[in-house]
Write a protein that binds this ligand. Structure first.
Ligand code: 6R9
Length: 655
């Protein structure tokens, strides 16, 4: 499926699916209640959020001030209130839900573990006390580099409990990426594991951590290591501490450290248009409110739900919809460590059946991959407990939406296609399952209290029935990022600079149809979306250029049937352009090199060597042309303005 085909199929999509009467009759929000929320937010945006924050969150010191915009666009919410995120996720459930399961866990090999809220609370307290014993306190940064096991959630909650700021690095990132993030965050502690399980292999987390530390990370004093796989790893007794040696002996009581609402809960690094990943900084109160309210509105989350969000905790989706939102709501979450197709293509559906999953939230890339494996796999399992399906991470093409609807949802279940970002903290645009009819490929309408507009190049708001342009958010919202760690200038420039601080610019282009439904078209900056993971083209380019054989590189995305986009690199070598077997060998070397610099997810699918890149006379690389070439399109663009028009043929692989 090419990008233009997808846009066309989306824009000509006119099927509308009303919500099922069965769902509507029990929904937390029906159309009337949703309309009332929208009306309340429209009447008094700030008051709307203030009321929700009072009602939904447990405060140790209630706030009196809802929004402080005195330093806009560095907005601050609920500033004089104090609370603790972990107390909101755990302690407040101990009375009514102490014996209810908080976490159901299954490993790839079939090992399972369950934790009630009371047990999880006790474990989190022990880990929190262990962190204190290791000298960690309020405001210290802790990097977490772990597999998808319950201890990852415990580590997050333990940091929150003592006011330490966690920053998770996805286990698929390389040692160099880990080192960069540890250094940027100035972390004092790293929490990792000997390894993780995925696809029948061991993910060598400890080895990567050791490599990272060998490269620098001078602020780091200690490494807390969970034994997960049990395979042999190096252990430096002066620096490394085994989880099982320090955690179990701690007290299961640890009073939460009350923090100001604006106290940073976590940093999460994400890719932008320049080479260096940015540390997105989230607050405690505002973030938690967004994660909670969206769980209630979008997922209709209730006490008896088993909520499975398949995202790794290394991504924002895993923060908001594995760790913080569902636990703050007192739900049961399911965690799975492993690949979706081990031992066979039915694994996801078997897990859903065995654990009685009621809400399933995944990414279009997974839906497309599972769709390709055939309808027989899901049909073998009893999925009758499922009542809601969700999608996140990239635009879902109508074909994949229809398959999800028919084969998994049996044409009965609502699908929520949720648009949001690391920076927004929680879902911004999504259907409300009991209230908003869906259209395949559209994330439908903004949630209550979220002010979305489409603007043109000049920043003028488009009001037409059929509007296409930049997606912007015009009013602050509680779960918005606060800044970029150590770089507020970059925060201001990246998100607010384009239209003189008037709007938050999301970096996506969108189309709004005559019903006010949004259709996300994709990024307008140099950010790729590979299998729902954000990657900066510049990041991959600098990884390539850091190899001694490479003089220059340009990376573009090419539409990919399963991954959405794949990485395509044009590489100019120092010296002669390699050909034949030599080119193949170098391509392999460079792919491995990118794997080491960033992580396997950033490895180019294709590398094409050339003598030069297409450049304008002012020296700019013509990326649009490279994108067409990567897609194999016939070049109809005017190349006469290029400094080197003859290069086009070679780049297209015809020479
Ligand atoms: C939550 C998350 C954010 C970017 C975002 C957009 C794309 C996410 C989407 C979607 C279309 C959806 N995106 N959800 N595009 N429809 N439902 O994925 O955060 O990793 O920061 O990525 O992902 O392009 O700008 P993050």
């Amino acid at each position: 499926m090419s990008e233009s085909q997808n846009i066309k199929s989306v824009l000509t999509e006119d099927r509308v699916f009303p919500q099922s009467a069965a769902f509507v009759s029990q929904a937390r929000l029906d159309a009337d209640r949703l309309a009332a929320l929208h009306a309340a937010a429209a009447r008094d945006h700030v008051g709307f959020w203030g009321d929700l924050a009072k009602k939904e969150l447990g405060w140790q010191t209630p706030f009196t001030r809802v929004l402080d915009d005195s330093q806009a666009p560095n907005y601050r919410w609920f500033t004089d209130g104090k609370l603790n995120a972990s107390a909101n996720c755990l302690d407040r459930h101990l009375g009514a839900r102490g014996d209810k399961l908080a976490i159901r866990f299954e490993g790839e090999k079939g090992d399972t573990r369950n934790y009630t809220y009371r047990q999880l609370h006790a474990e989190v307290c022990r880990v929190a006390n262990a962190l204190k014993a290791l000298g960690i306190g309020k405001g210290d940064r802790v990097v977490i580099y772990m597999p998808m096991v319950p201890e990852a959630v415990m580590a997050m909650q333990a940091c929150a409990r003592i006011g330490a700021i966690h920053s998770i690095v996805f286990g698929g990132f390389s040692s160099t990426a880990l080192k960069d993030r540890i250094e940027d965050a100035g972390a004092r502690l790293l929490i990792t594991a000997d390894g993780g399980h995925r696809g029948g292999q061991i993910v060598e987390l400890k080895r990567a951590a050791d490599d990272a530390l060998a490269q620098g990370c001078k602020t780091l004093d200690k490494v807390l290591v969970l034994k997960r796989t049990g395979h042999d790893v190096a252990f430096d007794a002066r620096r490394d501490v085994w989880w099982h040696e320090i955690v179990p002996k701690q007290s299961e009581r640890c009073d939460p450290q009350w923090v100001e609402s604006e106290h940073p809960l976590f940093l999460l690094y994400t890719s932008g248009s320049t080479g260096k990943p940015k540390g997105i900084q989230h607050s405690t109160g505002g973030y938690l409110l967004g994660a909670m309210t969206t769980c209630q509105w979008v997922f209709d989350l209730r006490d008896d739900d088993v909520f499975w969000c398949t995202a790794d905790v290394g991504w924002i989706t895993g923060h908001s919809y594995v760790c913080y939102g569902p636990l703050a709501c007192g739900a049961t979450i399911l965690m799975y460590e492993g690949a979706p197709t081990v031992p066979d293509a039915g694994r996801f559906w078997k897990i859903a059946q065995d654990h009685g999953v009621t809400i399933f939230y995944t990414a279009p890339t997974a839906i497309r991959a599972l769709m390709r494996l055939g309808d027989d796999w899901p049909k073998r399992y009893d999925l009758s407990k499922l009542r809601l399906l969700g999608s996140v991470g990239e635009p879902i093409n109508p074909e994949a939406w229809m398959w999800y609807h028919k084969v998994i949802g049996k044409e009965q279940l609502p699908i929520v296609d949720t648009w949001w970002q690391t920076e927004t903290g929680s879902i911004m645009i999504s259907p409300i399952p009991g209230a908003v009819p869906t259209k395949p490929g559209s994330c439908t309408k903004p949630l209550p209290g979220i002010a979305v507009e489409v603007v043109d190049e000049a920043g003028d708001v488009l009001t037409g029935k059929d509007a296409g342009g930049y997606l912007v958010i015009t009013k602050p919202w509680p779960s918005m990022l606060r800044t970029i760690w150590n770089d507020n200038e970059r925060y201001l420039k990246t998100y607010w600079g384009q239209f003189s601080n008037r709007y938050y610019v999301a970096g996506d282009s969108t189309h709004r149809d005559e019903d006010g439904y949004y259709w996300i078209m994709g990024r307008i900056d140099d950010v790729l979306n590979v299998s729902g993971h954000r990657l900066g083209t510049m990041e991959i380019e600098s990884a390539l250029v850091s190899h001694p054989a490479v003089a220059e590189a340009a990376v573009v995305g090419r539409p990919h049937e399963i991954k959405g986009e794949s990485v395509f690199a044009f590489v100019i070598c120092r010296g002669e352009r390699p050909r034949g077997a030599e080119a193949e060998q170098l391509a392999k070397t460079l792919r491995d090199h990118v794997g080491r610099e960033i992580g396997a997810l950033a490895k180019p699918d294709e590398i094409r060597f050339a003598d030069n890149l297409p450049k304008t006379r002012s020296g700019k690389i013509m990326r649009r042309l490279l994108r067409s070439i990567a897609k194999g399109e016939e070049i109809t663009q005017d190349v006469s303005t290029l400094e080197n028009p003859a290069i086009v043929k070679q780049l297209a692989g015809q020479d």
